[in-house]
Write a protein that binds this ligand. Sequence first.
Ligand code: AHM
Ligand code: MG
Length: 337
Amino acid sequence: MVRNTYTSVVTIERYIIEQERLHPQATGALSGILQDLALAAKMIASKVRLAGLVDVLGEHGTENVQGESQKKLDVISNDIIVKAMDHGGRLCAMASEEEEGIIPIPEQFRRGNYVLLFDPLDGSSNIDVNVPVGTIFSVLRRVTKGNGVGTLADMLQSGYKQVAAGYVVYGSSTMMVYTTGQGAHGFTLDPSIGEFLLSHPDIKTPEQGRYLSVNEAYEQHWEDNVRQLIRRYRGMDGKREAMNVRYIGSLVADFHRNLLGGGLFAYPANAKSPTGKLRLLYECNPLAFICEQAGGLAIDGHQRILDIQPTHLHQRSPYFIGSKADVAIAAEMLASS
Ligand code: AHM
Ligand code: MG
């Protein structure tokens, strides 16, 4: 019998379950977390898609913990994730870039063995001008014993301890990319059936890339060695071919393009932001995990991002992430500072 080829379509749910079968000791909790996140992503995608049509644009009138003004969609996306994740019995706590402290699991729900850290809508200042935005997430196994409320100790773990991480990019299509440490896999949302379908299995980033993503407006505030580094990438010191500069200003979109096409995203420290802008736990670690799974690397200029021991929830870090050979140049040229 000749079977209909459509039956070979792989949904994200199927893929997650098939990956889980590779681990006979798995309880299914991590799979459940990923499936709930995929649902949250679909709900956020539907809001983002309507951004120009419904009354969700503009300032929400509050500031988040970093003192930045929050957009309505930030708040909406944050709530969507919290509500999609708080009742599954798999998490003992959450933390969000948009909330100051730990988000507890409400009393009436069971608590599990994992914590979730997320940036609900990164790059949201771009929403008003129809530029891609994204969600980023990181899952850690709790380190505190028992089934009490998750604590800071559960959150402040080095990135190499992540058990899963991923992002969703709300672009010309919506894509979710995740890893559980067995490669990075991408799924594209088919809006006609409301499912994420496997479109990019086992993503590998080129060893050396073509794109350079950095906000050069900060050049005047960079240390000299950072200035020299960026000149190197741009081929201005004659020591390598010039890379193409591409900077959307929306981390997930910039990272996603570079992951597929190869290249380097840099957000160095500068005199105005002495530790850079991006947050270690919500942005740097999860994308670093994905990038390494795809054969790339991420450093803060001196050490591997995934080796940094965090000291506080909203900690920032300088960031150089992308193709291995390109990151190696940053490691070499910044080593002396
Ligand atoms: P956000 O978390 O407040 O949205 O800020 C993070 C965003 C990233 O998406 C992007 O890479 C970066 O800010 C751009 O910053 P800048 O405008 O300083 O270049
Ligand atoms: Mg962010």
